[in-house]
Design a protein around this ligand. Structure first.
Ligand code: AMP
Length: 404
């Protein structure tokens, strides 16, 4: 549990950082960050809310504990960090600062990423009774963020409510960048169960994929907002596939032909399910209750959009651009948000790189140092450090070019 926190300021000799303990997680942050409060725990680490005394804004600080502990963790941390630096869109979480409290590559352990602070993740919002306005606005923003990632050549493939955050004013940001191109069967030592409920059939079945793979996840999230429960809560890939075909029906032969032989054999030998109509899957009573003409129209539009997103065969599924133009969504259409300038192209060779844990450690360390040099925010934190001893700046600088 992350409740009882003990302030332990000045554990490091130069006293630029302060260390707070939340249960068994230690947060060592520059003293500019105050009022730390635990906010959430993910597969990569712990997230705290804090107040940045320099910019005078609330921020979220994510600690990646020993991100190089194994190759999978390392690749993911490196990729996330690179992409966060690259992407700049209002519906994708932005990086405000990055630092490590350790003083050298040899000591290097943890990376901290400072981001804009949001209020809640989408898991919490899905539980609420959302009206059509909020639901369609949240979906519109997801689609804008996804389209922006696609414009940089990043296809997410793993969108889920825990990785989408919102503010009380209904603004939304996507927190992560999904699966690397070469992800797949890599084994990851993590105590967290990976949620696969939102993964598209082509991901579950190991097929090729295109941009509208992400539309499936949006469909699952939208369906959950309406139904109030996960649509396809499979315990594993096989169970997940069963849940999908029981509700949506066995896909066509045309789809089967595109499967790898062993997968095709399994899929074709499942019982044939007719599936249910979308009126049965999402009956009127599930939609926001106001029964005025206007809302009736909205419910039928919402169901129509769902029926175009939750399509097993990606060749028949709606595209991101089409979804943005759908009547349920296009009420929010803003050219600047939909077609924001694409970020610089993402170098996918990162996803293909093979390194040892030690090499990853060095690569991640270099990235953090480079960030500190180019942004130099953390140097400011020394200004707040009253107990900073004489001469220590020089000693520090010899090891950390970023503090120059
Ligand atoms: P992550 O480690 O990125 O999967 O985040 C774990 C959880 O921490 C999320 O599900 C959110 O509840 C919370 N969280 C992460 N980043 C932020 C943020 N920028 N603002 C608010 N909450 C966040």
């Amino acid at each position: 549990m992350l409740h009882d926190h003990l302030a332990k300021p000045c554990t490091l000799p130069n006293m630029m950082f302060t260390t707070i303990e939340f249960g068994d997680t230690e947060f060592s942050v520059p003293v500019r960050y105050q009022n730390l409060l635990p906010k959430g725990v993910g597969a990569q680490g712990t997230v705290c809310a804090a107040y940045d005394t320099v910019t005078q804004q609330n921020v979220a600080i994510k600690k990646l504990s020993r991100p190089f502990q194994n190759v999978t963790h390392a690749k993911r941390a490196y990729r996330e960090f690179k992409l966060m630096k690259l992407v700049n869109h209002k519906n994708i979480i932005g990086l405000l600062n990055a630092f490590t409290p350790q003083k050298s590559l040899e000591e290097f352990q943890d990376v901290y990423l400072v981001m804009e602070l949001m209020d809640a993740n989408l898991c919490q919002v899905i539980q609420m009774d959302l009206d059509h306005e909020r639901m369609s606005y949240l979906l519109y923003q997801m689609l804008c963020g996804i389209k922006h990632l696609h414009s940089a050549g990043i296809i997410h493939r793993d969108l889920k409510p825990s990785n989408i955050v919102v503010k009380s004013d209904c603004t939304l940001k996507i927190l992560d960048f999904g699966l690397a191109r070469t992800a797949g069967t890599t084994f990851m030592m993590t105590p967290y169960v990976v949620t696969r409920y939102y993964r598209a059939p082509e991901v579950i079945l190991g097929m090729g994929y295109k941009e509208n793979v992400d539309i499936w996840s949006v469909g699952c999230i939208m369906g959950e907002m309406i139904r109030g429960g996960v649509l396809f809560p499979g315990t594993d890939h096989i169970d997940q596939w069963n849940k999908i075909i029981e509700q949506l029906g066995t896909p066509s032969q045309d789809f089967m032909k595109r499967l790898q032989p062993t997968v095709r054999n399994y899929v074709e030998n499942r019982p044939a399910y007719p599936g249910f109509t979308f009126e049965r899957l999402f009956p009127d009573v599930l939609f926001p209750s106001d029964s005025s003409e206007h809302n009736r129209l909205k419910a039928s539009q919402a169901r129509d959009l769902l029926s175009r997103m939750l399509v097993i065969d990606p060749e028949r599924r709606i595209s991101v651009d089409e979804a943005l133009l759908h009547p349920y969504i296009n009420v929010w259409y803003d050219e600047g948000e939909v077609n924001a300038p694409a970020p610089g192209p993402y170098d996918h060779s990162v996803d293909e790189r093979e390194h040892t844990v030690e090499q990853w450690k060095e690569l991640i360390y270099q990235e953090v140092m480079e960030y500190e040099i180019t942004h130099g925010h953390n140097a400011l934190s020394t200004a707040h450090c009253t107990a900073h001893g004489p001469g220590q700046d020089d000693a520090d600088d010899a090891e950390r070019p970023a503090r120059r």
